[in-house]
Design a protein around this ligand. Structure first.
Ligand code: G6P
Length: 602
């Protein structure tokens, strides 16, 4: 939801900023803008659309100056056009700033400032901040003081990059409930919404916390508290992501690269967590109430987590979308509750709010997160990382399968601790689990037919995905992937629910994708497939069983795998199918319309 990149040092700021914006485009891509400073002058260029065309249209690479800030936008207030694109300025044009987040009290502030004679150019909530600082500057000792006083009046979430023409040697960055991280170089410094934006130049990072701001010069960085202005000592963290991880490496899209990285990512998730899991499982076992909270794809991982906890370990767990939980869970949380938040970015506003509510109510909070140092890791009492590496494609793929990996490890260990599985049975499952990266690899190497399948399905208007038990979430995730990037309407549902309504929608040729691993629920799925066929549906079955060769219209052959591990393996062809459908329909799967990778507003 909007990306920010700032630079001060010896290079041409516009070059660093344009590169950074390209890496941040996954956060928003409806408009963009850059401000650079040379001496006391500010230069601003901005416009609607994606970065690449804007670079040439606006000449973003010909801007003078060694300090500057860029922004890529995902509109909340005001349509995406040139006027509403960031940076925004005050009346004098000496203060320019970019913003990620929402200012909730901007209407009253704008009214107040209008009465004092300020003229507003845009429809955004952001512009009010520039005018507010300008106003405070009239009665402040210096710019920093004015900025602090102005920002203390804001309600809402904001990460800001601010440049003042009167101070040619510095930039300001602020964080309050929207991400911001500093990158430390030699004779140069950076700030951004996310690490990949400056990974090419430095791996030394300082993560700001809520209510903090940083003053960056070429040679130094100082972090202070917004409330008091007092200095804060911050740890410098060494980031272990490589630049290669944040680049396409020959793949046409990040999403495809990330799908193919899954065997490696799953291995890293296993190795990165194996030492930690026993103690964490021990902790989980102590709580009688376990809640999973998450949004989007992470919510589907949470649903799988619940099935795993219950089936393997006999541990009851509830799952709720964080956006609901945050307003509904007040009366059910206490010291005997454990809330497990699952979030790739660690920045999803609803998930963070659910975690904070849990903390207020005395619950223990655990987070399963991909982005190192993100906000969720700061709120949580316990964090497990998914170790998937940076995920740039907006549609989550490798972060989903690594979330499932961590959840499976927890559930198996919990089963051991709670004595719910025989040791022998558990050992067999653990051995199979260690083989999951190879199984995913084999699915990927047999994925050729999926492009052909996509070709035959590309003009369909509706898809249905059905599954049972632990693969109901797989059906939901398959449908979500398709919706997100191909813009085809899709529904995921439990196969048992089919005849309670959705069956009425099936007619000749409508694709029904059936997740049908052999095992306990196989026969039940076959009945549902038959019901769908009887209504003319075109059934695409994912299965390791030959039995479906005749019943299904298309059989996507899967390797045999223990039921508990099917969600990780079976989602892979669904990701690839969605990817091909998106590409065949002329869409950019990495940047689906109207969506953003991290939703840092409610
Ligand atoms: C957005 C993304 C989804 C993601 C969801 C939750 O909607 O587009 O891909 O699943 O946010 O994000 P999180 O970072 O909390 O996992």
């Amino acid at each position: 939801m909007c990306g920010i990149i700032g630079y001060i040092g010896g290079r041409r700021a516009c070059e660093v900023i344009v590169k950074g914006l390209k890496r941040l485009e996954y956060r928003g891509y409806d408009s963009a803008g850059v401000v650079t400073g040379d001496g006391e002058g500010l230069h601003i260029r901005k416009g609607a659309g994606r970065i690449d065309p804007l670079v040439s249209e606006l000449g973003l690479l010909n801007m003078p100056g060694n300090r500057g800030i860029g922004h890529t936008r995902w509109a909340t207030h005001g349509v995406p056009n040139e006027i509403n694109a960031h940076p925004h300025t005050d009346c004098s044009g000496k203060i320019a700033l970019v913003h990620n987040g929402i200012i909730e009290n901007y209407l009253e502030l704008r009214e107040e400032l209008r009465k004092k004679g300020h003229t507003f150019k845009s429809d955004t909530d952001t512009e009010v901040i520039a005018h507010l600082i300008e106003e405070e500057l009239k009665s402040s000792r210096n710019f920093e003081d004015a900025m602090r006083r102005a920002l203390l009046r804001l309600k809402g979430s904001f990460a800001l990059g601010i440049v003042y023409a009167g101070e040619p040697d510095r930039l300001y960055f602020v964080r309050n409930e929207s991400p911001l991280v500093l990158g430390l170089g030699t004779g140069e410094n950076f700030a951004a919404s996310d690490v990949p934006a400056f990974l090419e130049y430095t791996r030394k990072a300082v993560f700001l916390d809520d209510g903090e701001y940083a003053v960056l010069t070429r040679e130094s960085y100082t972090v202070k508290k917004l409330k008091t202005g007092e200095k804060v000592e911050k740890p410098v963290q060494e980031i272990d992501w490589t630049l290669d991880m944040a680049e396409k490496s020959g793949y046409p899209h990040f999403m495809l690269k990330e799908i193919y990285e899954q065997p490696r990512a799953i291995k890293d998730a296993i190795h990165g967590n194996s030492d930690l899991i026993p103690a964490v499982a021990e902790e989980i076992a102590k709580y009688s109430k376990v809640f999973f909270v998450a949004m989007g794809t992470s919510y589907h991982a949470a649903l799988v987590g619940k099935y795993l906890f219950q089936r393997l370990a006999g541990k009851i767990a509830l799952v709720e979308e964080a956006s609901e939980f945050r307003y509904e869970a007040e009366n059910i949380l206490d010291g005997d509750s454990l809330v497990i938040a699952i979030t790739q970015s660690g920045e999803t506003a609803d998930t963070l709010a659910a975690m904070k509510l849990a903390k207020r109510k005395g619950a223990k909070v655990m987070a399963i997160v991909n982005v190192v140092g993100s906000m969720a890791t700061r709120v949580a009492d316990i964090t497990l990382y998914t170790h998937a590496g940076p995920e740039i494609g907006v549609a989550a793929t490798k972060t989903y399968t690594t979330q499932l990996t961590v959840l499976t490890m927890l559930a198996m260990e919990l089963a051991r601790k709670l004595g719910r599985m025989r040791e022998e049975e558990l050992k067999t499952l653990e051995d199979e689990f260690m083989n999951v990266p190879q199984l995913v690899e084999s699915v990927l190497s047999h994925a050729g037919g999926l492009e052909e399948l996509a070709e035959s399905l590309k003009d369909q208007r509706d898809f249905f995905y059905i599954g049972r038990g632990i693969n109901v979430p797989t059906a939901l995730e398959g449908a979500l992937k398709l919706k997100e990037i191909s813009y085809i309407h899709a529904e995921g549902l439990s196969a048992g629910e089919l005849k309670h309504g959705p069956l009425a929608l099936l007619e000749e040729g409508v694709p029904v994708v059936a997740i049908t691993p052999s095992g306990r629920l196989f026969d039940k799925m076959v009945s549902n497939i038959e019901e769908s066929k009887a209504r003319g549906a075109m059934v695409v079955a994912l299965s390791d069983s030959d039995e479906l060769r005749e019943t299904a219209d298309v059989l996507v052959e899967m390797p045999p795998v223990n039921e508990a591990l099917t969600p990780i393996v079976y989602v892979v062809p669904l990701q690839i199918l969605a990817y091909h459908l998106a590409v065949l329909r002329g869409n950019d799967p990495d940047k689906p319309r109207n969506l953003a990778k991290s939703v840092t507003v409610e």
